[in-house]
Design a protein around this ligand. Structure first.
Ligand SMILES: *[C@@H]1O[C@H](CO)[C@@H](O)[C@H](O)[C@H]1NC(C)=O
Ligand SMILES: *[C@@H]1O[C@H](CO)[C@@H](O)[C@H](O)[C@H]1NC(C)=O
Ligand SMILES: *[C@@H]1O[C@H](CO)[C@@H](O)[C@H](O)[C@H]1NC(C)=O
Ligand SMILES: *[C@@H]1O[C@H](CO)[C@@H](O)[C@H](O)[C@H]1NC(C)=O
Ligand SMILES: *[C@@H]1O[C@H](CO)[C@@H](O)[C@H](O)[C@H]1NC(C)=O
Ligand SMILES: *[C@@H]1O[C@H](CO)[C@@H](O)[C@H](O)[C@H]1NC(C)=O
Ligand SMILES: *[C@@H]1O[C@H](CO)[C@@H](O)[C@H](O)[C@H]1NC(C)=O
Ligand SMILES: *[C@@H]1O[C@H](CO)[C@@H](O)[C@H](O)[C@H]1NC(C)=O
Length: 456
């Protein structure tokens, strides 16, 4: 119950501050809290849920997320063969692990929404609801009660550009419409509109940042299973209508996050818009190119190899040729919304085998999760070999907490937080814990700096 009380206080505090709006400073930046859905800070956290259930749900979401990115329909039947005993057909909430607080309209209505680097547009549920999922922590946004709400008309640049990120849907009257669909079959349909969005910056307790005329989807028909979704979604990919792209020059086309371990007690992660002042260039910062693919707004990186101890395992482990194998550029998506990291089946198998060889403790089976290589949770972390992810131009040294997830109701197991996939590879959020990860959309770079995110 404590978690629920905390959230309500937090929302009302935000509401008070919006009375003293400060204007948005061009070239400036701001930070907001990013709340993991499974952390005690989340209103969706229930202390009654078992830790082992939460872990398994997060792994299932990660698996479904591969299909979200490849825009294929989920094929749970067949994935269950490949990935262990996975029996669920649809995993609720395929759209991300992190929630952020923001406010919409005038007067500003505070809402919790999923912040997702794998989604494009921003949308919230709106009245009147043809279909709305239950929204617990704030009323559904009522556009007619906001003085700054405006439908985007049909024959506009925005409405035309929408076709690149939304399923085609005819205009209705003179209102542009969007149709956002997700890998788990969830759909949000409504008016494409403009509104003022307000963020409470964590930089100073009373600073509030308001941005006018932000294009967003006002969702009147929100079907499917948006479990733990809050009031909607804030897209953070590189598409034209993501929050990042719309803020554009005002944030130097940059955003970053610093994710604390989900088990960190009641400490939120940080999402920063604008250049991160902590990311000073120097030997501690490494950067790798973002590869943008045609008609896709995801952040693809090139993972050349992973090394375990001194042994380098190339990404392309295909043995079809005895000459050097070609490495495809942009072979992995970096993503905040996927818990575990998914690697191509052959590559995963080679990585798992090296880890098993290097760790001199007998593995144990976790009956409750799909993760494949587990050890007793109280094993000595110093037995974990040094592991480095070799991205183009950027070597990232991973520590045991980036590699293993504590499972079981009393952390009795430590399981390698990686899975094999025949779908798109994903660099998930556990491996990104305790790094500042900055996305620079102009220079097309992702930069990493190892840090203690609890101190940020
Ligand atoms: C599963 O795989 C089999 C053969 O590989 C294929 O025939 C079948 O259509 C697949 N099922 C689904 C749901 O994709
Ligand atoms: C899990 O999968 C294995 C191998 O496919 C099978 O032998 C076992 O019975 C399954 N366990 C459950 C609980 O379904
Ligand atoms: C809501 O959208 C779904 C999916 O497109 C559609 O089948 C349904 O008829 C819509 N419902 C209403 C009330 O508009
Ligand atoms: C709009 O505001 C009025 C006055 O505060 C309120 O009575 C009404 O319920 C609101 N409409 C919606 C749809 O929330
Ligand atoms: C929205 O898009 C989905 C997926 O393409 C489609 O199944 C659905 O019919 C569309 N709904 C409308 C109203 O166009
Ligand atoms: C990208 O989109 C354009 C316009 O819809 C289409 O003509 C083109 O074939 C697409 N390219 C790929 C690789 O899907
Ligand atoms: C691996 O190398 C082969 C050529 O040997 C190439 O066709 C394939 O695309 C490469 N795969 C990846 C994932 O880089
Ligand atoms: C597996 O799940 C069962 C039932 O929820 C639970 O009693 C048991 O402690 C769990 N074991 C581990 C190792 O997580």
């Amino acid at each position: 119950m404590a978690a629920y009380n905390f959230s309500i206080v937090h929302l009302s505090v935000f509401f008070c501050y919006t009375i003293s709006l400060v204007s948005f400073v061009y070239g400036g930046g701001f930070s907001v809290d990013l709340i993991h859905r499974d952390s005690p800070l989340s209103p969706f956290y229930s202390s009654r849920d078992k830790a082992s259930d939460r872990a398994e749900s997060s792994i299932r979401r990660s698996i479904e997320r591969c299909s979200h990115f490849s825009k294929k329909k989920p094929t749970s039947e067949n994935s269950s063969n490949k990935l262990g005993n996975i029996t669920s057909t649809v995993v609720p909430g395929v759209v991300g692990d992190y929630l952020m607080l923001l406010a919409v309209g005038t007067p500003a209505l505070p809402l919790l929404a999923v912040a997702d680097t794998g989604s494009d547009i921003i949308w919230f549920q709106c009245t009147p609801c043809d279909v709305c999922f239950p929204q617990t922590f704030s009323p559904v946004f009522a556009p007619e009660n906001s003085s700054t709400y405006e439908n985007i008309p049909c024959a506009t640049k925005e409405c035309d550009a929408l076709s690149s990120v939304s399923n085609l849907i005819p205009c209705d009257g003179n209102a542009c419409k969007y149709n956002a669909s997700y890998g788990d079959g969830s759909i949000s349909i409504g008016n494409f509109a403009r509104e003022t969005l307000t963020f409470q910056s964590t930089e100073s307790t009373e600073s509030v940042v308001s941005v006018t005329n932000m294009a967003f989807g006002c969702g009147h028909n929100n079907t499917g299973i948006f479990s733990a979704l809050g009031a909607g979604l804030v897209g953070l990919d590189a598409g034209p209508f993501s929050l990042v792209s719309q803020l554009g020059p005002a944030i130097d086309h940059k955003f970053s996050y610093c994710l604390v371990n989900v088990n960190a007690n009641r400490i939120a992660s940080k999402l920063t818009f604008g250049s991160n002042p902590k990311l000073v260039s120097g030997s501690k910062v490494v950067s790798t190119p973002i590869i943008f693919k045609e008609n896709q707004s995801f952040y693809f990186l090139t993972l050349e190899a992973i090394s375990v101890g001194g042994i380098r395992i190339p990404f392309n482990t295909s043995t079809s040729s005895n000459n050097e194998v070609l490495l495809q550029k942009g072979n992995i998506i970096i993503d905040s919304g996927s818990t575990v990291t998914s690697l191509p089946t052959d590559f995963y198998a080679a990585f798992e085998a090296e880890m098993k060889k290097a760790i001199t403790v007998d593995p144990v089976i976790d009956p409750n999760t799909s993760l494949r290589l587990c050890y007793p949770g109280d094993s000595d972390p110093s037995l974990v070999p040094s592991v480095t992810a070799h991205f183009t131009d950027a070597d990232i040294v991973l520590n045991p907490l980036n590699l293993f997830q504590l499972n079981g109701d009393n952390d009795e197991l430590a399981c390698l937080a990686f899975l094999p996939t025949d779908d798109v590879a994903i660099y998930g959020n556990i491996v990104q814990n305790n790094f500042i990860v900055e996305y620079d959309l102009v220079n097309k770079l992702v930069s990493f700096m190892s840090t203690d995110c609890q101190m940020e």
